[in-house]
Design a protein around this ligand. Sequence first.
Ligand code: 5GP
Length: 112
Amino acid sequence: MDTLFDKIIRREIPAKIIYEDDQVIAFHDIAPQAPVHFLVVPKKAIATLADLAQEDVPLAGHILYTAQRLAKELGCEKGFRVVMNCNEDGGQTVYHIHLHVLGQRQMTWPPG
Ligand code: 5GP
């Protein structure tokens, strides 16, 4: 199913893009929950983390690697949080997997 993020990948909807390569795109969240809040999104349309296949394991690693690299570039050397909401109870609203990266404020635990 085509989602909002497919439209951002195809440049049909504008976004503040930070980084792109052949596998992923990263852009600032439209409703930031921290001074730094961006999303790392695979170009492959996988609906939820629960749909990740064995063949997607290298892609999942690339998403995490990209997240920490960009977090440091954006000034989150003191720390940051990554979150991937999965399905309804997980609070997912866009059904194309994406890793949230939040930083430059003190995080609390547990999350709400
Ligand atoms: P989820 O709730 O699925 O984990 O995260 C979806 C995220 O996408 C939310 O944090 C939301 O603010 C963000 N979002 C929704 N629509 C847009 C949009 O049009 N552009 C951008 N950049 N982010 C969006």
